[in-house]
Structures are given as structure tokens and as C-alpha cells.
Ligand binder design. Structure first.
Ligand SMILES: *Cc1c(COP(=O)(O)O)cnc(C)c1O
Length: 420
């Protein structure tokens, strides 16, 4: 939905203006008081259809709920405000958002993408896009290769920064300036940081996409996606496809995601604080080979984080290689007591997983390892529990996963029972 400047419902006496801070916008953007009852929280509008006063003359703004409805509109306005965009569109999942953006391309189009994209994005690029005659070239070093990889039919550059699950960063401005010289649009998947920490459009991206399922909703109870951008042409094309393809979220999910978004700034700060503490603890542990966290000064792209992230924040996601191989990685994820072993991320609760065997299992091992997704890599999503509890949980799980088996084997060997 567009972010109108003079929407009569949107401008009660103390309506927020886009110059206000993130927290104020998160709470107020797209959140009109009910003009009839004064309710400060919008109702959930479940009606699929809207009455018309005469043929083709709807009473209000709406006709049919797939095309648009009050809850989705309000959510879209809020996302647009937080991503510094003129427009935002909501979809039924992050994957549906990706699919809709890709389906906006003509047959024969070409995309250049970073290598370590989200597993589902990789699956769509390699197994679905081809049937629409859209080809994707992956590169682990986009900033270096971009000019070489752009062809006459290249239409999009696809960036995930930080990437999943290795948390490497891409300098959006550097890529966008080359892409734009060739008339190529830049898409940034901003799921891992959320609009609180990074606003890709401010760094030259043309479209920012989100799995709303993660930080924006933030409570692990909605699957949804969104795209935000400034170009009216993109709005015409993508809103047409939003309606024509119909991969839209329900009113109820839009309402829930909008409620979640109102506390995004608080959750993102807390998750960053927790992840920073866990990353430091991991980095100083002898049981850890290496830590990927953009908030650490040891991160190879720390300079990009300082330039691109709010206050250089690292976000709530990190990954690390554990001593003892894949078995130790699996054991670690079973030994944590607060961190739940599960896929997904960005919720209030902390999660752990082994990407090579879970979220990224669909990517061939060689390609995975070339992108840094080793079998001993553990991915961590820090929630908003207490910092000391999360740190203690990680440290006790490391002891059990790495030291525990050595002691057990030692005893077993001592007893001459080596195969036990
Ligand atoms: C989860 C995720 C997606 C896909 O979103 P869904 O809502 O699960 O379809 C895309 N990109 C990233 C980075 C993700 O983490």
C-alpha cells in the first residue's frame, strides 16, 4: 500500500510524521484510531468482500480482500515507514515474496546472486526459476565479480546481508553503484537484521524483502513476507502480481504481524545485546574454532557493519564452528536447555540448529562448504531472554558436547571397552 501524505483516517491531531524516530513509527505508522469507536487498536477485518453503493462504486476503499483489506494495508504502511520506502506489499510468506519478485521478470532474464542465500531462496533460484526461463549465477565474491557477471539480459542482483548462515556482509552501496550503471536493480533480503538495524534502500538498494516470519513478526506464530521500494513502476508491477498470483496473507496474520512489529526496536536491541554476549563467550572458548558475528571486531566485514548497521549493531544471529565435527555440533544443539533445537529465527525465544543437516541440507555438500557451511557449523538465533542465562546455557552445552565425550571415551578406554 502507498503511504499517503494526507490520508483522512491517517491524520488525527497527533499523527506521527515520517521524521519521527523508529520506535514512534513502529508504534504509530499505519495505526489509525477507529474513527467511529475511538478504539486505539484496529479491529480484525475478516470480511472477504465489501458492499458497493452502486455498480462498481464500493462504499469505502475496498472491494475484495485478496486485492486489499484494512489490516494488510495498515501493516504495509507500517513496513513502508520503517524501511524508509514509499510502498510496501505483504505476501503470504518470505518465499512468496521472492517468487513474486522473480515472476515480475521476463522470460530470458538473468540474476546475479550471492552464494550463501537462504536455503529456500536457493531452491527457488535453482529448481523453479529455470522453468520460467530465468537463470541465476551465484558468486561468493559479489563485490569483486559483479561487473564481470552482468550480461545484457541481467535484470537483478540478489543480496543477503548478513548472509545465512555465515553472516558475511555485502557493501550494498558498492554493488548498487555498479548495478545501476548497467540499469540493473538491486534486491536486498533484510530478514536477518530487520529494518531497525539496517535500511537497504538508504544504501542504494531498489527493493528490500523480508521474511516477516522472523524479526518483523517476532513471535514465531505467523508465516508472512513483505517487499518495500520507492519506484511507482515497481509498485504497479508488483501490486498487480500480488493480486494476480494471490500469495497474500490473511487479515488475521496481517494484524498479528503488525502487533509484533510495534515492539521490533525493543526486541532487536535485546537480541543484539544477547548475541554480542554469546559471541564473546564463544570466541574465548577453547571448544570453538571460529565465530561469525558482524558485531565482533574480528568479523572480516566489520567495517561494512559500522557503515550499514544502526550503531554498528550485529543483530541477533550468529554462527560458529565447534571442535569435534558434526557429532559435536549435533550434541551441542541437544544439550542446550534454553535454546530450542529448531529451524527459523528472529523470535523472542532463542533457537539453535545445524545448517548443514537442517536448513541448508538441500545444497550439495561441496557448494555448501565452499560457502563456509561446514558440517560443524552451528547457527544461533538469540531471543530476548536474560543475557546471563543464555551465556551460561551456551557454555554448559559446549562443555557437554566437546569435553563430555572425551571423558567418556577416556574412561571407556581405561576399562578396555573402547567400542562402548
Ligand atoms: C525464512 C527466510 C526466508 C523465507 O521466508 P518464509 O517466510 O519462511 O517463506 C527468506 N530469506 C531469509 C533470509 C529467511 O531467513
Amino acid at each position: 500500500m502507498t503511504l499517503p501524505e494526507h490520508d483522512p483516517i491517517e491524520t488525527p491531531p497527533r499523527a506521527p510524521s515520517p521524521v519521527q524516530g523508529f520506535g514512534t513509527l513502529a508504534v504509530h505508522a499505519g495505526s489509525p484510531h477507529d474513527p467511529v469507536t475511538g478504539a486505539v487498536i484496529e479491529s480484525i477485518s475478516l470480511s472477504t468482500t465489501f458492499a458497493q453503493s452502486s455498480v462498481g462504486k464500493p462504499i469505502g476503499l475496498y472491494e475484495y480482500s485478496r486485492s486489499s483489506n484494512p489490516n494488510r494495508d495498515n501493516f504495509e504502511k507500517a513496513v513502508a515507514a520503517l524501511e524508509h520506502a514509499k510502498y510496501a506489499l505483504a505476501f503470504s510468506s518470505g518465499s512468496a515474496t521472492t517468487a513474486t519478485v522473480l515472476q515480475s521478470l521476463a522470460a530470458g532474464s538473468h540474476i546475479v546472486s550471492v552464494s550463501d542465500v537462504y536455503g529456500g531462496t536457493h531452491r527457488y533460484f535453482t529448481k523453479v526459476a529455470l522453468s520460467h526461463h530465468v537463470q541465476v549465477t551465484f558468486t561468493p565474491t559479489l563485490e569483486i565479480d559483479i561487473a564481470e557477471l552482468i550480461r545484457p539480459e541481467t535484470k537483478l542482483i540478489w543480496i543477503e546481508t548478513p548472509s545465512n548462515p555465515t553472516l558475511s556482509l555485502v557493501d550494498i552501496r558498492a554493488v548498487a553503484s555498479v548495478a545501476h550503471q548497467h540499469g540493473v536493480l538491486v534486491v536486498v533480503d533484510n530478514t536477518f537484521l530487520s529494518p531497525y538495524i539496517q535500511n537497504p534502500l538508504d544504501h542504494g538498494a531498489d527493493i528490500v524483502v523480508h521474511s516477516v516470519t522472523k524479526y518483523i513478526n517476532g513471535h514465531s506464530d505467523v508465516v508472512m513476507g513483505a517487499a518495500a521500494f520507492n519506484s511507482p513502476e515497481l509498485f504497479d508491477r508488483l501490486s498487480f502480481l500480488q493480486n494476480a498470483i494471490g500469495a497474500v496473507p490473511s487479515s488475521f496474520d496481517s494484524w498479528l504481524a503488525h502487533r509484533g512489529l510495534k515492539t521490533l526496536h525493543l526486541r532487536a536491541r535485546e537480541a543484539t545485546k544477547n548475541a554480542t554476549s554469546v559471541a564473546h563467550a564463544l570466541e574465548s572458548s577453547p571448544h570453538v574454532i571460529s565465530v561469525n558475528y558482524p558485531g565482533l571486531s574480528s568479523h572480516p566485514h566489520r567495517a561494512v557493519a559500522l557503515k550499514q548497521h544502526r550503531d554498528g549493531m550485529g543483530g541477533g544471529m550468529l554462527s560458529f564452528r565447534i571442535q569435534g565435527g558434526h557429532e559435536a555440533a549435533e550434541r551441542f544443539c541437544q544439550e542446550t536447555k534454553i535454546f530450542t533445537l529448531a529451524e527459523s529465527l528472529g523470535g523472542i525465544e532463542s533457537l539453535v540448529e545445524v545448517p548443514g543437516a537442517m536448513t541448508h541440507a538441500g545444497i550439495p555438500k561441496e557448494q555448501r562448504e565452499a560457502a563456509g557451511v561446514w558440517d560443524d557449523l552451528v547457527r544461533v538465533s538469540c531471543g530476548i531472554e536474560d543475557e546471563v542465562d543464555l551465556k551460561a546455557d551456551v557454555l554448559q552445552a559446549l562443555e557437554k558436547a566437546v569435553v563430555g565425550p572425551k571423558i567418556k571415551n577416556g574412561i571407556a578406554n581405561g576399562l578396555g571397552n573402547g567400542h562402548a
